[in-house]
Design a protein around this ligand. Structure first.
Ligand SMILES: C[S@@+](CC[C@H](N)C(=O)[O-])C[C@H]1O[C@@H](n2cnc3c(N)ncnc32)[C@H](O)[C@@H]1O
Length: 206
């Protein structure tokens, strides 16, 4: 019984990876706008902006926001599952003259690539919501282990039902349940035609 389930989970991970690789192989993926979202700009430059520190971007794609963060004084590490995305992110950082460490890594298996942290900020633009549910606790554990006291996690995610499957998407209730030791400080609906959300989580201060 449990072996069947494990095989199904492995299939799901392989399927997701294959879909992502196809997007990057076929050219510019639809999400690759090259524009840093105003929600991130507000956190970095707006009233009450965070003091620049160490940031880990999860699912960085071609690196637009990693470069933006580096240009605003942050020490940036960025990871993506797909090597073509990683290569493009490295090229984008080099072209911008930005010092960004980009690694090909699974956000649910951060121990495999070291990255001891601690990080003051985690940024996730539509990565977590596409991670198979059975890997999400590992994502949470990896982030929590690397979080500095009072760290923030700014996450954009699609709500359930946005895509034609039974499992993708994320809700505030899910994040509250999974992120023990974090406070869900803000949930702001996105402006997309399907349900989307900007979540801000805050790690407990030491
Ligand atoms: C919807 S795309 C968004 C990319 C980028 N954040 C952007 O907005 O341009 C999701 C990204 O997360 C990456 N990704 C998905 N699952 C991942 C995982 N388990 N670990 C690391 N990256 C992952 C994908 O390869 C893809 O680049």
């Amino acid at each position: 019984m449990s072996e069947t389930r494990t095989a199904a989970e492995l299939d799901q991970e392989a399927f997701v990876r294959g879909v992502l690789e196809d997007f990057y192989r076929d050219g510019k993926p639809p999400w690759d706008s090259g524009i840093t979202p105003p929600e991130l700009v507000a956190l970095i430059e707006g009233p009450g902006a965070l003091t620049a520190g160490r940031v880990l971007e999860l699912g960085c794609g071609t690196g637009t926001n990693a470069v933006y963060l580096a240009q605003h004084g942050w020490q940036v590490t960025a990871v993506d599952l797909v090597d073509r995305a990683v290569q493009q992110a490295r090229e984008k950082a080099a072209a911008a003259g930005s010092d960004v460490t980009v690694l090909c890594a699974d956000a649910t298996r951060l121990d495999e690539v070291g990255l001891p942290g601690p990080y003051d900020l985690f940024f996730d633009l539509s990565c977590y919501c596409g991670i198979p549910p059975h890997r999400r606790d590992a994502y949470t554990a990896g982030v929590t282990k690397r979080a500095a006291p009072d760290a923030r996690l700014l996450m954009f995610g699609y709500g359930p039902g946005a895509f034609d499957d039974s499992w993708s998407g994320v809700t505030a209730d899910e994040l509250s349940a999974r992120f023990a030791g974090w406070q869900l400080a803000d949930v702001t609906p996105g402006t997309n035609p399907v349900p989307t959300f900007w979540f801000t989580l805050r790690r407990a201060a030491a």
